[in-house]
Design a binder for this molecule. Sequence first.
Ligand code: GDP
Length: 355
Amino acid sequence: MGSKTPNLGYKLEEFISLVEVAGFEVAELVTQFAKTDTRFYLGAGKAREIAEKDFDVFIAYHGLTPLQIFNLEKLFKRRVIDRIYVILSIFEKRAGSLESKLQIELARLRYELPKVKEYLRRAKMGEQLGFMGAGEYAIDAYYRHIVKRISTIRKKLEDAKRGRVMHIAKRREAGIPEVVLTGYTSAGKTTLFNRLVNENKLVDGRPFATLETYSRALDLWGKKIVLTDTIGFIDDLPPLLIESFHSTLQEIIDADRILLVIDGSEPPEEIARKLETSIETLGEVGVDLEKIIPVVNKVDKIRLEDVKKLRGVLGRYFSWFVPVSALTGFGIEALKVVLFFQVPGYSIVRTSSDD
Ligand code: GDP
């Protein structure tokens, strides 16, 4: 992994956690503060040094140009990926709806296109191509496949949008409210989702048959809700990914309530920054902020002296919040009670065992 800016601090830590969420294991961290060579992103000497190391994939902290990817792959004879690729992989893993899946595939193809173009250009010049040593014919076929697929996806997206509107209308008709989980990466959304889902008896039945991978039906003392986990927020999103990200936010706009998961164990200034960005972004896409239920997670890790500061930070936006630890289970019962009362819809509570 490479980096060229000194003092990246928590940003680098966050990037490492993104890399891990994307499914990679960090073997070694390579930093470079000296002057770099634009052909290689790193200094040419450093790049040659890395080529001798034992690793499978080189991941750059920044976005790379197609030329840099080409040169590094040729030198390393291994795969070279960058920040955009890492975030794309996370989006791909976590996309729930058909629409966001298509949006992400579109972003992936638009990302691949200039790189494949660069390989094609080199192949046409008769250049020997590093480890991607496919012949000119194969690269050309792949290039044409991408172009065609991009136009197919654009058409499919139109249908998917219509499908989403119908899906929501159906769910509304069935009277099942939806609650979504959002927040920054690593806030603990997935852990909380699993905790809420596993502690609840799964509800089976027709209306849930069409649910996406990251949605589950919950039964809260007879009140049924659909809980959906979302990708959440990532700092410094590359422009290419903003469209896909916005499509994932669509899932939030339509929800009846939003659990905004906050990592309470981070420094208060960091919590304040992330909270501000989250609320701004949600407001920008048209989410009704009244629907937000703030959930402070990881309370098992909060230092006592930070509690007062934390209250101050959250107090700028909310008059209350639900403290939980998705890891230990602390506060989960209280959260369920909050959901029971906050989520609109009738409660169907059976008082006898017969129908
Ligand atoms: P997501 O990216 O928001 O879905 O976050 P994850 O659910 O993947 O959690 C990120 C990391 O935080 C994981 O290593 C979890 O084990 C950890 N984590 C989640 N909830 C808690 C918690 O309540 N307490 C502590 N100490 N760690 C937690």
